[in-house]
Design a protein. Structure first.
Length: 401
């Protein structure tokens, strides 16, 4: 393809910011780690996955020869409905397994494709806007840019409990908004949206007719209290218009390799989303759907998994105390430490401690005023076993000190 004219390619790809991990590799290129390397930059769970995954794969091996249905099996949708009802104490009959639930091959592609589904391509007036927290999961940015929408990053700073300040969104932006991404518990800060916050943002979505895409993939990893979910608010209101939630087994069940998740919510969105995915999406293989159904039906392994992360937060608190802005994240498994200069700290930690973390500015974007809310921070993923985590955090603390 060398020398091919740019006219052959989508010019929107050139508008995307560099992805965080290639940027990290470039930052550390040529620097030798001071100790045995340890990767704490990637949120890839390393806990032992539940044995039921392997058992289900063997049990349902005969299903590999079948094309999987795009909307999942009835058994999987029923298991997901059961989990939603239990996890969020939903009233009987609120969730219909066929109208409100759509299994997907991991939430990355679903979060991207929801933009293709709901952003109009021929809307008169100003360009459609996609609102997203800043820092953010990079797929939100790709969903906006590649669907020719204007991305509007909303700073999620310590001063606003690491959530976008809804009071700072002007009315014209809300009128042009077609999609609002919100992550709770948040990646990377671990912040959790309160019931009042969710009530307000759902009301905004319904008043201004944009879709609220709630990324709740860390919902079962929390410190003290189970985070409120958007569907809980919808249950209290008696409607789920304009709301869609995203969940995954990657974090809950330490099984990112399954590529198994689901979306749920407004049946009008779900129906159109299913139609779109019929043309462009991979479907979850039948044996994996069978294993996924068993995982969603079992809460014990998720509780044990949560305990493992809580123990690592205890160790982090013991090591960092009140230094570097440490706080116990209410949800998720990341530390978001205030180190002043994120790139300098990342290089120092690699050279002196051999631990790879990621600069916060690589997970954020510089806004129109020249501010990058991640610039002072590094993200540390607590995904290894307890002793490996303890060793890595001690090394980081020594290097920063």
């Amino acid at each position: 393809m060398t020398g091919m004219p740019n006219a052959m390619f989508s010019q929107r790809l050139d508008q995307l910011p560099a992805y965080p991990f290639p940027r990290l590799a470039a930052l550390l290129e040529g620097l030798e780690p001071g100790k045995t390397p340890l990767v704490m930059s990637i949120g890839e769970p390393q806990h032992e996955p539940p044995a039921m995954i392997t058992e289900a794969m063997v049990k349902y091996a005969s299903l590999w020869h079948k094309y999987p249905p795009g909307n999942g099996t009835p058994e999987l949708r029923s298991a997901i409905k059961g989990w939603l009802d239990r996890r969020y104490n939903l009233p009987d009959g609120m969730i219909d397994r066929d109208a409100h639930i759509l299994p997907v091959a991991g939430t990355r592609e679903a979060l991207y494709l929801i933009a293709t589904c709901v952003i109009p391509q021929d809307q008169p007036g100003p360009k459609p806007k996609v609102l997203l927290p800043n820092p953010f999961y990079q797929v939100y940015c790709g969903a906006a840019v590649l669907n020719d929408a204007e991305m509007v990053p909303l700073a999620a700073d310590p001063e606003t409990d690491f959530l976008p300040d809804l009071d700072q969104i002007d009315i014209e932006t809300l009128k042009a908004c077609r999609l609002f991404f919100l992550c709770s518990p948040a990646n990377p800060q671990g912040s959790v949206a309160s019931r009042d916050y969710l009530e307000r943002i759902i009301a905004m979505a319904q008043e201004h007719d944009f879709v609220l895409a709630m990324d709740e993939c860390y919902a079962d990893i929390y410190d003290r209290e189970a985070p409120v979910g958007a569907l809980e608010i919808c249950a209290a209101q008696g409607r789920m218009d304009n709301v869609i939630v995203f969940h995954s087994l990657s974090k809950r069940s330490s099984a990112p390799g399954l590529r198994s998740g689901f979306v749920a919510g407004d049946p009008v969105i779900i129906k159109r989303f299913n139609a779109l995915r019929s043309y462009c999406s991979a479907t979850v293989p039948m044996p994996i759907m069978a294993a996924s159904a068993e995982l969603w039906a079992d809460d014990a392994h998720a509780s044990e998994n949560r305990d493992l992360y809580r123990a690592k937060i205890d160790v982090a608190q013991e090591i960092f105390g009140n230094r570097f802005g440490f706080y116990r994240p209410p949800g998720g498994f990341f530390l978001w430490l205030d180190v002043g200069d994120d790139e300098a700290a990342t290089k120092k930690i690699w050279v002196e401690a051999g631990v790879k973390v990621i600069p916060g500015s690589y997970l954020s974007i510089t806004d129109a005023d020249g501010n990058n809310p991640g610039k002072r921070f590094i993200r540390i993923a607590l995904v290894h076993d307890l002793e490996t985590t303890r060793e890595g955090l001690r090394r980081i603390a020594d290097a920063l000190s």
